[in-house]
Design a protein around this ligand. Structure first.
Ligand SMILES: Nc1ncnc2c1ncn2[C@@H]1O[C@H](COP(=O)(O)OP(=O)(O)OP(=O)(O)O)[C@@H](O)[C@H]1O
Ligand SMILES: [Mg+2]
Length: 369
């Protein structure tokens, strides 16, 4: 168990600034996820902690040790950091079979042979690879290689585990199974876990806290999965955590009007003005597709079904709300039971079980996801 701290860390490549003045702490024994789009700097953050990159400015601390100090150009070598890493490209040794790959870190640590074998076999079993110990990497699928890399990172029971998209090559079932395994392993070993991904489902499922990073490598919000999901700090966070509807509106005399056709939308809740202190004239009303409720009676808001897609247990509609398209989803079973199966071209009433309100600063509109 070790704390990890970034103190005003900056990192550039040539003229490209990837991280700028980034500060955060990962508590001992915590599962902390950096969630962000491709290219935002997640792998660089992992490489900085592991010691494969040196910060230009700022300090990185692990436990009581400063492992990198940009101002001094100092970095502790990776092998002295007691960190288990699974990189995105899960580089396993091509000339070693599965068992030898997993044994490797224990050999380096000079763990006695019998104990090493026992631990390696246990780690291989944990990732569902038992029976394949003799195979060489070229005889394994991408997902299997990824699991070898995971077993190799886990086997030495490191104080810190860094996992960079470790499940990207697994099929949906195995991915779900493995994320529970990872969580269990982390709990049982008490290691501090940094997980980086662009998959919001994994992040929500395994994290104690999530940091949502934008394209500029800036943290937009750090909080528990419930906090970032239920109380997103801004439209970026909301959009990154699931399919998002954004309805641009403007405010006039306590009422809101759709920007797209100037028709009246909904009254602005007084709570929004009072507690959230949103003064802007232009707002985004945001909601998830499941929070859009359709009805047979039209009004006060009327929509038109422009697309219907049956996704098994869910029906997914695109609804034209006077020039703004929103996505609505309902359970197929509920739809049949309540006579809410609409066809393309039908009119319907639209209400919302919940709306979030954000000031609008030129962010996207309509539906994202
Ligand atoms: N060695 C390098 N030289 C120049 N630019 C680099 C180097 N390594 C990373 N970058 C740039 O830094 C930025 C962040 O890269 P990084 O690999 O951290 O992204 P990421 O968030 O891990 O993305 P992904 O989700 O696609 O893996 C990218 O714009 C990338 O092109
Ligand atoms: Mg990456």
């Amino acid at each position: 168990m070790s704390e990890i701290e970034f103190r005003s860390v900056s990192k550039s490549f040539g003229t490209k600034q990837v991280l700028k003045n980034l500060s955060f702490r990962i508590h001992p024994g915590e599962c902390f996820t950096i969630l962000g789009p491709s290219g935002c700097g997640k792998t660089i953050a992992v490489r900085l902690i592991a010691g494969f990159e040196t910060p230009d400015r700022g300090i990185i601390r692990i436990g009581s040790t400063i492992v990198a100090d940009g101002s001094k150009g100092y970095a502790l070598p990776p092998e002295n950091r007691n960190i288990g890493v699974v990189f995105q490209d899960y580089a396993v040794w091509p000339h070693m079979n599965v068992l030898e790959n997993v044994l490797y870190p224990l050999r380096m640590q000079k763990v006695p042979k019998e104990e090493a074998l026992q631990r390696a076999r246990a780690a291989i079993k944990q990732v569902n690879m038992d029976g394949l110990e003799e195979r060489l990497p070229y005889q394994l699928s991408g997902g299997q290689q990824q699991r070898v890399a995971l077993a190799r990172a886990l086997v030495s029971k490191p104080a810190i585990l860094l996992l960079d998209e470790p499940l990207s090559n697994l099929d949906a079932n195995l991915r779900e199974e493995m994320r529970f395994e990872i969580k269990e392993l982390q709990k049982s070993t008490n290691s501090t876990l940094l997980y980086v991904t662009h998959d919001q489902e994994v992040a929500l499922a395994i994290s104690d806290r999530i940091a949502v990073m934008n394209e500029k490598g800036e943290f937009q919000q750090v909080g528990t999965p419930e906090e970032v999901y239920d109380q997103p700090a801004n439209p970026f966070v909301f959009r990154f955590l699931g399919i998002a509807n954004f309805i641009p509106v403007y405010v006039k005399e306590g009422k809101t009007f759709l920007t797209s056709n100037k028709k009246e939308f909904l009254p602005l809740p007084t709570k929004v003005q009072r507690e959230d202190g949103i003064q802007a004239e232009n707002l985004l009303a945001a909601c998830r597709p499941m929070e859009v409720e359709l009805s047979r009676t039209t009004g006060p808001l009327e929509g038109k079904v422009v697309r219907k897609a049956l996704l098994g247990p869910i029906i997914d509609y695109r609804i034209d709300l006077g020039g703004t398209i929103v996505r609505a989803q309902l359970q197929t079973e509920e739809g049949s039971r309540k006579n809410l199966i609409f066809e393309e071209g039908d009119s319907c009433g639209v209400t919302f079980s919940r709306l979030l309100w954000f000031p609008r600063n030129g962010e996207g509109e309509g539906t994202h996801g």
